[in-house]
Design a protein around this ligand. Structure first.
Ligand code: M6R
Length: 369
């Protein structure tokens, strides 16, 4: 059932373009308008939402972190993303105008389930983003938007993550569409770009051989750091999580702006640091700042692994290894930038002799608190 792949994880990484397409299917009409009638929260109720709170765990939490950038930008509704396991124990402020979004591949994660129960008790509306039909989290929510990744067998989440991102973008754009924000034109453009994004994921997958080679060459290292900013920050966290759970290495993700507030002390000769670079200047003011960070860490001996868009020439002199991704609208970049990090972790784990589908100490769905 692995379809010729050495592991379910590799198969699921390869299935991502289709998973993304399937999750968009039937939800965008030819005029570029979104139809999410399956979300059984009325347009009137959505217009009254004055706060969005996203709860999730692990990889799904990283999707939620990215969703915050998209929701606040396209809807101007304040949004917070919180680890489900922390959320309910701090007595969060919720009311009937709060929209809580619970993201879960399995739909059975106990921490997320307890968080959504708590939210509903406070009168908030809960929308689940879930990959498993009829599982507990969607059953207990007011509404559900299913991701169509198909069954995910490997413990490490890959295609579910990309489809969670797609679902989050759809919700953000839909909220923007329903509420008619000033970003109307941008929303229509992004809907079109989103409908074409699976081609970019495909292109990334076709260029992964150098990433595998690089991963094998780093198999004897103890630590890998990941840096990113804006939506690249959760991507860095996701890259680090994949490496921890699969390669059992010390891996940490940082917001690149935090480097000078502490983490730069960790940089020493030969330490691999993966940097997720935002879209080049003109489209993102953060680009120049990240290029400076790369220079700073390289001057201190770091081995820089730079993930940058095609056409971004500024990073070239400072990249010991350069991983190219297609140019992508800023908020959508995680859909392409995450893929090399999945391949990297999978290959590094294999090179270290680890079982990638069933990493030690982990379960596919965590049904205890
Ligand atoms: O089924 P869920 O999406 O609720 O699971 C949440 C996390 O347990 C899950 O994403 C976990 O972090 C993955 N093993 C990461 O690859």
């Amino acid at each position: 059932e692995k379809g010729g792949y050495a592991s379910f994880m590799l198969k699921e990484i390869a299935e991502q373009p289709k998973a993304v397409t399937d999750t968009l299917l039937g939800r965008i009409d030819p005029e570029g308008t979104l139809h999410l009638d399956e979300v059984r929260i009325t347009r009137g109720e959505l217009r009254e939402v004055d706060k969005v709170v996203i709860v999730a765990c692990g990889t799904a939490f990283h999707a939620g972190m990215i969703a915050k950038y998209a929701i606040e930008h396209w809807t101007r509704i304040p949004c917070e993303t919180e680890l489900a396991s922390e959320f309910r124990y701090r007595d969060p402020i919720l009311d009937p105008h709060t929209l809580v979004i619970a993201i879960s591949q399995s739909g059975e994660t106990m921490d997320t389930l307890m968080a959504l129960r708590h939210a509903r008790e406070q009168g908030a509306k809960v929308l689940a983003i879930c990959n498993t039909n009829g599982s507990t989290i969607p059953r207990e929510s007011d509404a559900v938007l299913y991701t169509h990744a198909g069954p995910e067998v490997a413990v490490a989440s890959t295609k579910a993550f990309l489809t969670q991102l797609v679902a989050c973008y759809l919700v953000a754009l839909y909220l923007g569409q329903v509420r008619g924000t000033k970003w109307g034109d941008e929303i229509r453009t992004v809907i079109r770009q989103l409908s074409e994004i699976s081609g970019s994921v495909d292109r990334v997958l076709a260029t992964m051989e150098p990433v595998r080679e690089l991963a094998r060459s780093l198999a004897s290292h103890d630590t890998v750091l990941f840096l990113g900013r804006h939506v690249g920050y959760p991507v860095a966290l996701e890259g680090a999580l994949k490496l921890k759970e699969l390669a059992y290495m010390h891996a940490e993700g940082f917001a690149a702006g935090e480097l000078k507030h502490g983490p730069i002390a960790l940089i020493e000769d030969g330490l691999p640091v993966v940097v997720v670079v935002p879209s080049p200047a003109g489209r993102s003011v953060l680009h120049g700042k990240i290029v400076s960070n790369i220079q700073e860490i390289r001057a201190r001996g770091a081995l820089t692994v730079v993930i940058a868009e095609e056409g971004d020439e500024e990073v070239v002199p400072y990249a010991d290894h350069l991983i190219r991704i297609p140019a992508t609208p800023t908020l959508l970049q995680p859909l392409v930038a995450t893929v090399p990090l999945q391949v990297f972790a999978c290959e590094l784990a294999t090179a270290r002799g680890n079982e990638v589908d069933q990493p030690r100490n982990l379960a596919k769905s965590v049904t205890v608190e």
